[in-house]
Ligand binder design. Sequence first.
Ligand SMILES: *Cc1c(COP(=O)(O)O)cnc(C)c1O
Length: 385
Amino acid sequence: MSDTGQPDLATLLAMVTGGVEGSVTPPIVQTSLFAFDSYQDFVDRMSGATSQPIYTRIQNPTVAVFEDLMAKAEGGEAAVGFASGMAAISSAVLAFVRPGDRIACVEHVYPDAYRLFERLLRPFGVEITYHSTDAFEHDPDLLKGARLAYLESPSSVVFRPMNLSRVAEYAKRNGVLTVTDNSWATPVFQRPLTQGIDVVLHSASKYISGHSDTVAGVVIASSDLITQIRDLSLSLLGGKLAPFEAWLLTRGLRTLEVRMLRHQATANTFLERLAGLRCVTAVHSPEPNSVPGLTGRAGLLSVEFDDSVDIPRFVDALKLFRIGVSWGGFESLVMPAQAALSQKGDQNSLQRFGVSPRLVRFSLGLESADDLWADLEDALSKSST
Ligand SMILES: *Cc1c(COP(=O)(O)O)cnc(C)c1O
């Protein structure tokens, strides 16, 4: 632990070495199966007397290195890696929810999590109700009779933070399991398990990887809950994390803290300067310490512009910011809400939760803050009346 109360990732990572001729990085154990020396060894493993890996869908040493690091970073007992953030979400939820159960979900949840709930779980007889962060914090009865609370703090797109400690307390009182997505804050800025949340998950494709070269997910919780997720959803749905991807994620973790501090510094510069722009009607970026346990600001934020800005022209005039989904890499990106709102169908959560078409989401990367700001100012000058 560092004096901020957050995990000292550098210390954790220094403990990871290859164990081969003094190599400082772990080996990539690229194998599907692990053979046994004898009939008796095989029987001992199957009966649970020993724990050596059997098959990479369930267990792999390179994946285990990443899982152990994530468990320690989040202050949990155990972790399990997945092939994507969505595999982590679906596996964590499906391990615990059955037909007839209710999920209480936060508004502005990640759009594909919303589609998972509406398109897959609802037809299987799971009820899903959506509530504001305010309702979660101030209405303890909201959780009565629910099986699981699905949370994000801050939420997606509009980045509403939530008092996770308080919601965890209400949930415990009602016997409700709490699951929260911590992709935005990362363990550098927030550790929900230490606030009483039961299950934390990540799209590791974002800040954990940090290099826009991996799609992956991870779930962290108590050993007991992780065993249930492993036995039921990892084994049977099969969305396992590959050894090479896990190796990339361990590499990403080595720079997570310095990257997050850099993203934060750039975000702070932007917030200061955005406040001076007349065409900006709203900025969505939670203040550090506005809720207990959230100690920093990530580089993902949203801005709403007034009618003086032609948003398509603004987006096209940007040179350093590229246009795209995802976030959390070295490169800066914009995602105009109008484009996402134009996605058809009633499964569009941005429409349902009332996201403004004047909103543009920015992922501030690792470039110079001054260069990025100059790019934004230049694009605004070319697209404003
Ligand atoms: C991207 C994202 C996910 C989904 O992760 P994938 O790795 O793309 O499957 C989940 N939650 C949040 C908050 C995300 O931004």
